[in-house]
Design a protein around this ligand. Structure first.
Ligand code: AMP
Length: 550
């Protein structure tokens, strides 16, 4: 871009801009017959292919043009993973407008805030979210129309929603003759707000260039490893960081796409895995917990499922072990964030690891992994001094790269970079081979007597106990050490473990002074809109908790 030097001798290659429309064009031309299968909100299975998807995306693009949508305008979506949402991904961004994916699990007030802040002109929504639309419609004055993603016969006729349009009507009324426009590849393509546990959510505004580069890099063998031989099921939602880019990287490589819609319980997912011969999937640990519980209870196995990417929060080593050993599924532990499109690192082995023992390999794989090409990272102390890569020293994790934000939408929060690096808010180690391991979110670290205790390690130990379903560790006030770890545990149904046994379980597994001071058994852990444990809520709930004093 303009801030860089210009050589007197420029390369003589075509300067075709990197645009999202090129992905669906490619999928149509070279993988046109490859399938896209969706379990719809209605419960039935919808099946078509990339050519049909492209045709419908062009019809939708024509519809938006008729509605007066111009390059740079924002169109919101409140939708599950499904074929109509995919069409919107391409119709909106492909025609130069900006696809604003909104997390429906947020509070309606927050959704209205996000819609208004994004200045969305139209809002596409799945039937499920009709109550949200009813709640926010009058608070979103900039919206010119709400588009319900269904056939006309499902549209409410009570007039409760102003300017209600029918998605299938828009498709049916328009031609599939549409020339995708060419424009600067740095133009905005999509917008996603961070989950925002404190303050207002802030928007990450992706560009066509950043999205294409992220799709190319993340699809590589030591990233998500997606190919035309795969049947890919993104369980991670399309409303959260573009389902980790899979709606782009799957068509880019020609992989079959399988969408679970809103049906993400173990039984529904398992059925889709088997029926659609899914080979590769991606999701947060809580999703796999539900699936594994169902599979174990019903004594099932997977016939085609070979590989999964787990990220969003730390994948407990016990879960990785079960998937690998019991079900023969390779687990790629990945790390990233909304601000990073999202992929930053992936945990895969290199040639030199292949002769290692299973245990040694697992010690590598439980880390969040090496950076994928395009991303650079470093760890620094609180004064900004770079820390060594020895796998022990931990510090604040900073990243840079072409699909990492330079500032939030509308420059909210001002200049966020530190010397050109984006501070992730995560605390990590990096080993001599460049494998990064997250020890905590900086705000979740427990500060005990001036030293830091990483909560992920403590949670992983608890999760490796056969009677523990879920665990979270938080710091609570201690008169001598300021903070000490309190472990909150959800037991597996029907087991009878007590706190002394669990505390004794830590012996020899971590530094003695890291051992939680106390354990509280609870029925469920509070989860946020993206499936992460809400530690701030737990800290609030247990802020007056009195730890036993020795
Ligand atoms: P989000 O922007 O909602 O996707 O959240 C990003 C944050 O999730 C990161 O900054 C990390 O704190 C956390 N995260 C994502 N992936 C992992 C992982 N594999 N292990 C631990 N934390 C993770």
């Amino acid at each position: 871009m303009s801030e860089y030097q210009k050589s007197p001798l420029m390369g003589q290659m075509m300067s075709k801009p990197l645009l999202i429309s090129s992905i669906i064009e490619h999928a149509d031309r070279f993988f046109g017959q490859n399938e896209i299968v969706s379990r719809r909100v209605e419960g039935d299975i919808h099946r078509y292919n990339y050519s049909e998807c492209h045709q419908r995306a062009k019809k939708l693009a024509n519809a938006f043009q008729q509605l007066g949508i111009k390059i740079g305008d924002r169109i919101g979506t409140l939708a599950w993973n499904g074929y109509r949402h995919l069409e919107a991904y391409y119709a909106v961004s492909g025609s130069g407008a900006v696809l604003h994916t909104i997390n429906p699990r947020l509070h309606p007030e927050q959704i209205a805030y996000i819609v208004n802040h994004g200045e969305d002109q139209y809002l596409l929504f799945d039937i499920t979210f009709l109550p949200i639309i009813k709640a926010i419609a009058e608070h979103c004055p900039l919206i010119k129309g709400f588009v319900m993603m269904c056939d006309r016969d499902r549209l409410p006729t009570d007039g409760s929603i102003p300017n209600l349009l029918c998605y299938e009507d828009l498709i049916n009324a328009n031609s599939d003759e549409f020339e995708w426009p060419l424009f600067d590849e740095n133009s905005a393509s999509s917008l996603c707000y961070t989950s925002g546990t404190t303050g207002h959510p802030k928007g990450a505004l992706y560009s066509h260039r950043s999205t294409i580069l992220h799709s190319l890099a993340s699809a590589m063998p030591d990233g998500l490893n997606v190919s035309a031989r795969d049947s890919v099921m993104p369980v991670v939602p399309m409303f959260h960081v573009n389902a980790w880019g899979l709606p782009y990287s799957a068509p880019l490589t020609g992989a079959k796409l399988v969408f679970p819609g809103p049906h993400m319980d173990g039984k529904s997912l398992y059925e889709l895995f088997e029926q659609e011969k899914v080979t590769f999937s991606a999701g947060v640990p809580t999703i796999w917990l539900g699936l594994l519980t169902y599979v174990v209870q019903n004594n099932l196995t997977f016939s085609t499922f070979k590989r999964t990417v787990i990220g969003g929060s730390a994948c407990p080593p016990a879960m990785m072990k079960t998937l690998r050993h019991t079900y023969g599924i390779e687990v790629v532990h990945a790390w990233g964030m909304t601000e990073m499109s999202p992929l930053g690192t992936a945990g895969t082995l290199q040639a030199k690891h292949m002769s290692m023992s299973e245990a040694e390999q697992e010690a590598v794989l439980v880390k969040q992994g090496h950076a994928i090409y395009g991303v650079d990272m470093k760890i620094v102390d609180d004064s900004g001094k770079e820390l060594p890569w020895n796998g022990i020293t931990y510090g604040n994790l900073l990243v840079k790269g072409p699909w990492i934000i330079s500032s939030y939408f509308k420059h909210e929060g001002g200049d966020v970079l530190e010397d050109g690096w984006f501070p992730t808010g995560d605390v990590a180690t990096i080993d001599a081979d460049g494998y990064m391991q997250i020890t905590d979110r900086s705000k979740d670290v427990i500060k005990s007597g001036g030293e830091w205790i990483g909560t992920i390690d403590l949670e992983n130990v608890a999760m490796s106990h056969p009677d523990v379903l879920q665990a979270a560790c938080i710091g609570v006030f201690h008169p001598k050490w300021d903070e000490r770890p309190l472990l909150l545990v959800v037991k597996k149904p029907g087991v009878n473990i007590d706190k002394q046994e669990l505390i004794a379980f830590y012996e020899g597994k971590i530094a003695k002074w890291w051992t939680p001071d106390d354990v509280v058994f609870i029925d469920a852990l509070p989860l946020g809109a993206t499936g992460k444990i809400l530690k701030n809520k737990l800290r609030d709930q247990f802020k007056d908790y009195h730890l036993p004093t020795a």
